[in-house]
Design a protein around this ligand. Structure first.
Ligand code: ACO
Length: 332
């Protein structure tokens, strides 16, 4: 069974309620029909009767719950919650109502916050920033976590590296700027994500263009310091660095460059030193190795909200909904 099929099976065992706020996009209905037919999750679509009638024509979404953001009996509860959460930012009931009617992603996050849904998947027709900002503002990080980051679960065909070709790559999507502390936290969250989705022990490589001090530069020091912080804060995680990519993955190279490392040569969780490296890295593997790239999946949020690529297909939405449902199961 491939990775995503095993995640769908996991999702079906304890069905969660996932909101799809992009009722303006036909792929939402295509995906919803498939999700409902396969029994992967309960689906809520946010949209007006006109939007649903126009864009959902021809799809069987009879099993979905439709929430009309202009005529929803629960709306006042969400407005009140929005005002309560953003009172310090000057949020008023009028502004909250306007924002929720204009941008359904806010509506979806408030449904989660009020316990009426377990997660959100969006981004087929919105940028990453616009998709995740409402979640950052309203759902916030899990206790003890300072920042949300984004990983891809990479499934590389015919690959002898990682966990039979499965890897977590992070941060590929969110943080444009991070110091050693943030990098150490991203490593810990990535290890947790790998273990939750793959069910095997994470071996985390903190990537650099240097291996164990072979080069000197502030960029290298940032990664080496993150390794020290991670070893102190998360002693149970198998993690090492700084490592070049070949030393992280290939045991022959590891035995030359990092002979005393437990992780080098066996890494399955790759933590990149910058967003540029992470984002370019996952796309290189996706395109050149024809890998499946599932994500970006957000880690560190208090409730699961996940982004889609604007070039996604309905089947990609189905896969991300299944992953979101599994994240919701793990969060209880
Ligand atoms: N973790 C937790 N909270 C955060 C984070 C974070 N990483 N970043 C921002 N926030 C919070 C802020 O504290 C703030 O909260 P507040 O309003 O309660 O004070 C809120 O989110 C908004 O923060 P801003 O600083 O105003 O940030 P902004 O909205 O400008 O941007 C964003 C945040 C959208 C995540 C930005 O960092 C971004 O655009 N990142 C890059 C996204 C991207 O383009 N990725 C590449 C493409 S993805 C792909 O290829 C698949």
């Amino acid at each position: 069974m491939g990775f995503i099929d095993s995640i769908k099976e996991q999702a079906k065992k304890d069905k969660k309620t996932i909101v799809l706020p992009e009722s303006m996009d036909k792929r939402t209905y295509d995906a919803a029909e498939k999700i409902l037919k396969e029994g992967i999750a309960n689906i809520v679509i946010i949209g007006t009767p006109e939007e649903i009638a126009e864009n959902g024509k021809g799809y069987d979404i009879s099993g979905a719950t439709i929430v009309d953001p202009f005529n929803d009996p629960n709306k006042q509860k969400y407005v009140d919650k929005f005002v309560e959460l953003r009172a310090k930012k000057g949020m008023t009931p009028e502004a909250a109502t306007e924002q929720m009617e204009k941008d359904y992603m806010y509506y979806a996050c408030l449904m989660c916050k009020c316990g009426d849904a377990d997660g959100v998947v969006s981004g087929a027709c919105h940028s990453t920033g616009n998709t995740i900002r409402p979640a950052l503002q309203l759902l916030k990080t899990k206790p003890g976590i300072s920042s949300v980051s984004g990983f891809f679960l990479m499934e590389v065909p015919n690959c002898e590296f990682g966990e039979k070709g499965l890897f977590v790559f992070a941060d590929c999507a969110v943080n444009t700027d991070f110091d050693s502390n943030k990098l150490a936290e991203i490593a810990a969250l990535s290890a947790e994500s790998f273990e939750a989705f793959v069910g095997a022990e994470a071996k985390v490589a903190m990537l650099s263009y240097s291996t164990m001090g072979s080069a000197k530069h502030d960029d290298v020091t940032k990664v080496a310091d993150a390794v020290k912080i991670a070893h102190e804060k998360y002693p149970n995680i198998k993690l090492d660095g700084e490592l070049q990519l070949d030393a992280a993955l290939v045991s022959d190279v590891a035995s030359l460059k990092a002979p005393n490392s437990e992780v080098a040569g066996h890494a399955n969780t790759l933590v990149f030193p910058s967003l540029e490296a992470g984002n370019i890295g996952y796309k290189l593997v996706q395109r050149l190795a024809k890998a499946n790239a599932y994500g970006p999946v957000l880690q560190g949020l208090s409730m699961p909200v996940n982004d889609l690529s604007r070039g996604c297909f309905a089947d990609d939405i189905v896969g991300v909904v299944a992953m979101t449902a599994v994240q919701a199961q793990k969060m209880g």
